[in-house]
Design a protein around this ligand. Structure first.
Ligand SMILES: *Cc1c(COP(=O)(O)O)cnc(C)c1O
Length: 444
């Protein structure tokens, strides 16, 4: 597999180079060139194969040329000691639970694979420093994934007082090679500091700064694996290819699903479910892409006004709006509707869900309602199932779950444990000089 930016498709790089550079030299995102044909492999996989087996097969098909068969398989095995679970909500909707990893959110899949891949490549080549700005969830997935990895230090910048208590504990209780910097500013300050550090000549000469953000291809690729896993659960999805509904913010998750389809996974279509930050649904409806500042919502990991992976979707559909709008249906959901859906699913099915998943379920229900209104069969054995990606454990958003349902979700042991540990963070201000001083003293 080779990767290149949209502007320079001829300048291809290896998986390893795409992993460590993050962005192409022209500032564009890396895209896979020469899409592989996974159709025959997917056709062989089914209910008898575990997620680990599916992940190994696909990782081998994608990466064996570069890494060798044994390493490509070993990477998938090392990255995923946890697995997605496909459950039934009702006769038409299935939930693909992606929150069984260490931080209870789907970002664990991408972060764990990236960390395992980087560690594998670094066997003998000195230490690197991963620098990440976080508003909450990304930081904890990355911190957890890189914790204890050889030759890697992780430095997480988070805005003081602006993340939830649980998120802060997830970031600051790990110790070892994970260092949390509590910035006296906003998330934008954290992002700016990281950007400035990457551009600072002196820091670049003394350290090996590396990013691990969501645009890294090493986080995107492994997300294809759970789509393929879901698509091969043939007993649950029945005879027709499923529709897949993805609660979206930066659109990395949906992009990975569209890639899986492009590479041979049978999918009837996608639903892009957003909260009121609906620039992609508006584009799908009108052909006009108009980024705007994000609005705050209950599903805050999807509060994105200018989704960076949109560029990758455009590339996959070769710039054709008709192509994209023909495959992806956009639906946006308000906070009121999100809360109503959480309550209704708990009352009707005893199912608790986090607000991000609820946005997806509300969008799926809207789709089914308009499909039924237009005369399409939606409930028979031959009608396609809708798979909604369940992106976080309800206990990560227990206050909102309680507000919607009147009940507190049960807290998984791994979340409860970090709440009882003492916070360890280093406070810094918003000037680059403070970050540089810290970095040079610790790692220079
Ligand atoms: C990050 C996140 C999303 C959005 O995923 P994108 O890939 O950015 O579209 C949805 N739900 C949860 C819980 C998240 O953490």
């Amino acid at each position: 597999m080779r990767f290149a930016s949209r502007a320079h498709p001829e300048r291809t790089v290896s998986f390893r180079d795409a992993l460590f550079t993050g962005l192409a030299p022209d500032g564009g995102l890396y895209h896979p060139v020469d899409p592989p044909d996974l159709g025959p492999i997917i056709a062989r996989l089914g209910d008898a194969h575990s997620f680990a087996e599916v992940a190994e097969e696909i990782s081998s098909a994608l990466l064996a040329t570069e890494l060798g068969e044994a390493k490509a398989r070993g990477l998938a095995r090392a990255a995923f000691p946890f697995a997605p679970v496909l459950t039934k909500l009702d006769d038409r909707i299935l939930l693909l639970e992606l929150f069984h990893g260490p931080t209870c959110a789907f970002k664990d899949f991408g972060a764990q694979f990236l960390a395992a891949a980087m560690e594998g490549f670094l066997q003998s080549a000195g230490r690197i420093q991963i620098l990440v700005a976080t508003s909450g969830d990304t930081g904890s997935a990355v911190a957890q994934a890189f914790h204890g990895r050889k030759n890697i230090d992780v430095i997480i910048l988070y805005p003081s007082g602006r993340v939830s208590e649980l998120q802060e504990k997830q970031l600051t209780t790990m110790g070892g090679n994970v260092h949390a910097l509590e910035v006296a500013g906003s998330f934008d300050d954290c992002q700016r500091l990281v950007k400035e550090a990457f551009q600072d000549g002196a820091l670049r000469r003394s350290l090996r700064l590396t990013s691990a953000n969501s645009i890294n291809i090493g986080r995107l690729l492994p997300q294809c694996l759970y789509y393929i896993f879901a698509g091969t659960r043939r007993a649950a999805i029945g005879a027709s290819a499923p529709l897949i509904c993805v609660p979206s913010g930066n659109f990395g998750n949906l992009t990975a699903g569209v890639l899986a389809w492009r590479w041979g996974l049978p999918v009837a279509g996608f639903i892009a479910a957003t909260n009121v930050n609906d620039v992609v649904p508006v584009y799908l409806e009108s052909g006009r892409f108009t980024p705007r500042p994000s609005a705050q919502t209950l599903s805050n990991a999807m509060d994105v006004g200018n989704p960076s992976n949109f560029e990758r979707l455009v590339e996959i559909f070769k710039g054709s709006w008709e192509g994209m709008a023909g495959r992806i249906e956009g639906r946006s959901v308000t906070d009121t509707r999100t809360l109503e859906t959480m309550k209704r699913m708990y009352d009707e099915h005893g199912q608790m869900m986090d607000p991000h998943t609820a946005v997806g379920v509300a969008a799926a229900l809207d789709h089914l309602e308009s499909a039924a209104a237009s005369g399409a069969p939606v409930a028979g054995p031959e009608s396609p199932r809708v798979i909604v990606l369940s992106t976080a454990h309800p206990a990560k958003f227990s206050d909102i779950v309680q507000k919607a349902t009147g009940k507190l979700p049960e807290m998984p042991e791994r979340l409860a444990r970090c709440l009882s540990l003492p916070k360890q963070s280093v406070p810094i201000g918003t000037r680059l000089s403070e970050l540089s001083e810290y970095l040079m003293e610790m790692f220079g």
